[in-house]
Design a protein around this ligand. Structure first.
Ligand SMILES: *Cc1c(COP(=O)(O)O)cnc(C)c1O
Length: 418
């Protein structure tokens, strides 16, 4: 089978798995084991030499199974399959999105280094950057969506640590307003601040659009991160994360993962493999539903404004251009301002029946929440206003239900506002 010629969705049921090694079982079993038996002492020695980097792998040699903190078939096969969507060399799966994020930041930043990050980022990431990295003497500075490359360079210069810029970390589209960040311009910036023995890395949290609708590695990113809890898992029943990139960078990520011990377990790996089989049909249905919902919300008398990539204002040339270049779909996340404030937004949320009032996103069931008092409650109130995360803003993650039922639910809850 030449997998290079096939689409990822055709390979999600089989790629990387050999039934003959598992009694002919069509599905990869759950390898619920902590350790693996070596055939001989020589084999065990050879496996460890490769695992600890004591020698290079021979051309056709695969890393042997040693111990489930280092490797486990449910994780390895899952990682191979995830690589197909993003066109990455290698992948590491983690026990949560936050463990993927924190491991990458810790591996590639040292005391004295500067981290440049986009605002807003996921609340947990924001906390880790501002409260944890700074404890270790890492300088951090943020920029906002919509700022030009010149403005961002000024921010780097003003930080006083431009010569130690080590990583640019971005989330696009930004949660919850769907503002876009230009990956090409971030990649240019990373290149500009790199020199011979010091490469500035561009890391992208692709949870909102990936792995289907945006492939940051093709736009100059070095590392891509996921909360696999969201679209990849897709059923609101598992917490997990993933990081993808080149072989060299991933070797470092995997080494730190081994020593932090924050890899996903075999059961999580198995659940995610099961989820990947339906990833594309789920995400496509979610995007189709989102488009229908956006059309319904547009112009509804109780709604002031909607934030959806499928209805960017025609005169917003900057975002139109980035969207065309970076994304292959408008996605299934949308936000909107209701007319009024927190009272109206809460009344709307409390009157939903089919759509559940919960944080998280990307799942089969539609979810609604109030960013200002929930996911973004920890963001500095002044910054929150600047970012458009006001009391009237509601975020929707659209699921796979029938669009008519979702629209009926929204219609009833919006009527309850007035
Ligand atoms: C949920 C989320 C995370 C954190 O992932 P967990 O799996 O909850 O640890 C990080 N980034 C984004 C964009 C998210 O939505």
């Amino acid at each position: 089978m030449d997998h290079k010629k096939m689409h990822p969705e055709s390979l999600m049921m089989s790629y990387g798995y050999k039934p003959e090694l598992s009694e002919g079982s069509i599905k990869c079993p759950i390898f619920q084991t902590s350790t693996f038996v070596f055939k001989t002492a020589e084999e065990g020695k050879a496996f460890f030499e490769v695992a600890y980097g004591l020698r290079e792998k021979d051309e056709h040699e695969e890393l042997g199974l040693i111990y489930s903190r280092l490797n486990n078939p449910d994780l390895e096969i899952l990682e191979n399959r995830l690589c197909l969507w993003d066109g990455a060399d290698d992948c590491a799966v983690f026990e949560s999105g936050m463990s993927a994020i924190s491991t990458v930041l810790m591996e590639f930043l040292q005391p004295g280094d500067l981290l440049l990050y986009s605002n807003p980022v996921y609340g947990g990431t924001d906390h880790f950057i501002k409260q944890v990295l700074t404890k270790f003497g890492i300088h951090v500075v943020g920029f906002k969506t919509g700022q030009s490359q010149e403005e961002i360079e000024q921010i780097i210069q003003d930080s006083g640590h431009g010569d130690r810029l080590a990583m640019i970390y971005v989330e696009t589209p930004a949660n919850p307003t769907n503002d876009l960040i230009d990956l090409r311009s971030c990649s240019n910036l990373a290149r500009k601040y790199s020199h011979d023995d010091h490469k500035v890395l561009l890391t992208v949290d692709n949870t909102y659009m990936g792995p289907l609708w945006q492939h940051p590695l093709k736009h100059g990113a070095d590392l891509v991160i996921y909360s696999a809890t969201k679209y990849i898992g897709g059923h609101s029943d598992v917490i997990a994360g993933a990081c993808l990139g080149s072989a060299g960078l991933m070797q470092r990520v995997k080494a730190l993962r081994t020593f932090l011990g924050n890899m996903a377990g075999p059961w999580t790996g198995w659940l995610l493999m099961r989820s990947l089989e339906t990833l594309k049909v789920r995400m496509e249905k979610q995007a189709t539903n989102a488009a229908k919902i956006a059309e319904f919300l547009e112009g509804h008398p109780a709604i002031e404004r909607i934030y959806y990539l499928g209805s960017l204002p025609a005169d917003d040339e900057r975002n139109q251009e980035i969207f065309q270049r970076q994304c292959t779909s408008a996605g299934a996340m949308l936000s909107f301002d209701v007319k009024g404030g927190e009272k109206e937004a809460f009344r709307f949320l409390n009157n939903l029946k089919l759509i559940r009032l919960a944080v998280s996103l990307g799942s089969t069931e539609s979810l609604a929440q109030h960013p200002a008092s929930m996911t973004h409650a920890g963001v500095d109130p002044e910054l929150r206003q600047e970012l458009g995360i006001t009391d009237k803003l509601v975020r929707l993650s659209v699921g796979v239900e029938h669009s008519d039922d979702l629209i009926d639910d929204l219609k009833r809850a919006l009527t309850a506002i007035s």
